[in-house]
Design a protein around this ligand. Structure first.
Ligand code: MLT
Length: 209
């Protein structure tokens, strides 16, 4: 199982893109497959299950309290996840340079950590209801990596200022951030999926087309 219980769904021949699907607390490797299909029906899907259990609920890293992360564990888990992606690329024969992370909540937070701790690993990232996972020193160079952030103005877990802080951090590192606000709470909402899908389609289009 390459280090993580996971699902892999091959993409259309020649499509190339692989969506790395990262579920929220209490989810599993099946949760985000429909979301991945909605975002890019041609892409391959790689969907691991988080290995940390919190009262039986899978997560991608330990937390000490709601929104208070165990940073040592987070760093180790982000590198472990990067190694899984590399191993999966060799095993399933996909291009490791075409991986787009798609995460919700805890999954968005490990995706953010991957971006910041393993610059260049992800071709792009879609983060739904993310927080600032950590602030690395010195800040990495993200070399214009495209990042889509979907956030709800009524999110009881992630205040708007936290979302703005994440967008600002990623921009400071050189990422090209698209911030999409909804009126929703801590959830992935249909309008947000549609916006992320057209954002991905625009990225795929050759320049000038
Ligand atoms: C969650 O419930 O997953 C949190 O809001 C985010 C996290 O702990 O990473």
């Amino acid at each position: 199982m390459l280090g993580f219980t996971h699902r892999f769904v091959p993409g259309d021949a020649g499509a190339g893109r692989v969506l790395l699907l990262l579920h929220g607390t209490g989810g599993d490797e099946n949760d985000l497959l429909p979301l991945g299909q909605a975002l890019d029906p041609q892409a391959a899907l790689l969907s691991p299950r988080g290995k940390v259990l919190e009262r039986g609920m899978p997560r991608f890293f330990r937390r000490l309290a709601e929104g208070v992360f165990d940073l040592e564990d987070l760093e180790a888990r982000a590198h472990e996840l990067a190694d899984f992606v590399t191993a999966a690329a060799a095993h399933y024969r996909f291009d490791p340079d075409r991986v787009c992370a798609v995460g919700f909540s805890n999954g968005a937070n490990i995706a953010g950590a991957l971006l910041l701790l393993e610059p260049g690993r992800l071709a792009e990232a879609i983060l739904f209801s993310p927080m600032v996972p950590l602030v690395p020193e010195p800040t990495p160079d993200l070399g214009r990596t495209p990042v889509f952030i979907g956030a709800g103005r009524s999110d009881p877990i992630v205040p708007a200022a936290e979302t703005e802080r994440l967008a600002e951090l990623l921009r400071r590192c050189g990422a090209v951030v698209t911030l999409h606000w909804t009126d929703a709470g801590h959830a992935v909402e249909a309008g947000e999926v549609a916006a992320a899908r057209s954002w991905l389609e625009r990225l795929a289009r050759p320049k000038g087309a």
